[in-house]
Design a protein around this ligand. Structure first.
Ligand code: HEM
Length: 145
C-alpha cells in the first residue's frame, strides 16, 4: 500500500506572505452557496410554480421576463455566482484527483469553458431583443411591429 503526504493547508501562500487564494475560494463557496439558495429557489418558484406553472414557459415568457431589469439582474447574478461556484468546485475536484499534465489540461479546459459561458450568458442577458432579425409574419412579430 502506498501512502501520500498531504501538505498542511495555507503553508505555501502563508510562507511567501502572499494572498491566501484557497481561503478566499473556500469562503466564496460558503457565501455564494447561501445566495444561490435564494436565487435558485426564487427562479424555480417563479418559473415552475407561480401563475400557470411550467406550462407557461415559452419564448414569449422568457422575452417577458428579460424585458424587466429586475430579472436581468437576478439572472446575471445567478449565472455568475453559480458558474464560478461550479467551476471552483470542479477545480477542487480536479486538484484532488488529477495529476501532472492531465491536471493542467483539465484546469485550462475548465477555465476556457467558464470564461466562454460567462461571456455568452452575459451577452444574451444584456442584449436580448425578441424582435431582432425577424421578418416572418407571426404573432410575436406583429407585437414587435
Ligand atoms: C443551493 C445552492 C448551492 C449551495 C448551498 C451550495 C453549497 C456548496 C458548498 C458549501 C460547497 C463546498 C463543499 C466542500 O468544500 O466540501 C459546494 C461545492 C460544490 N458545488 Fe455547490 N452549492 C449550491 C449550488 C451549486 C450549483 C448550482 C453548482 C453547479 C453549477 C454547484 C457545484 C458545486 C461543485 C462542483 C462543488 C465541489 C464539490 C466537492 O468539492 O466535492 N453547486 N457547494
Amino acid at each position: 500500500m502506498t501512502t501520500e503526504t498531504i501538505e498542511p493547508p495555507r503553508s505555501a501562500a502563508r510562507a511567501r506572505g502572499g494572498v491566501n487564494w484557497e481561503k478566499w475560494g473556500w469562503l466564496y463557496m460558503r457565501f455564494s452557496g447561501v445566495l444561490l439558495v435564494v436565487l435558485i429557489f426564487g427562479h424555480l418558484l417563479v418559473n415552475l410554480f407561480l401563475g400557470q406553472g411550467v406550462s407557461a414557459i415559452d419564448f414569449a415568457f422568457v422575452a417577458g421576463k428579460l424585458a424587466n431589469p429586475f430579472w436581468i439582474v437576478w439572472d446575471t447574478l445567478l449565472l455568475w455566482l453559480a458558474l464560478i461556484h461550479g467551476a471552483n468546485g470542479m477545480r477542487t475536484l480536479t486538484n484532488d484527483y488529477a495529476r501532472g499534465k492531465l491536471r493542467i489540461v483539465l484546469l485550462v479546459l475548465l477555465a476556457g469553458a467558464t470564461v466562454t459561458l460567462l461571456a455568452l450568458g452575459t451577452l444574451v442577458l444584456t442584449t436580448f431583443d425578441p424582435c431582432i432579425g425577424s421578418d416572418q409574419v407571426d404573432a410575436l412579430i406583429e407585437v414587435c411591429r
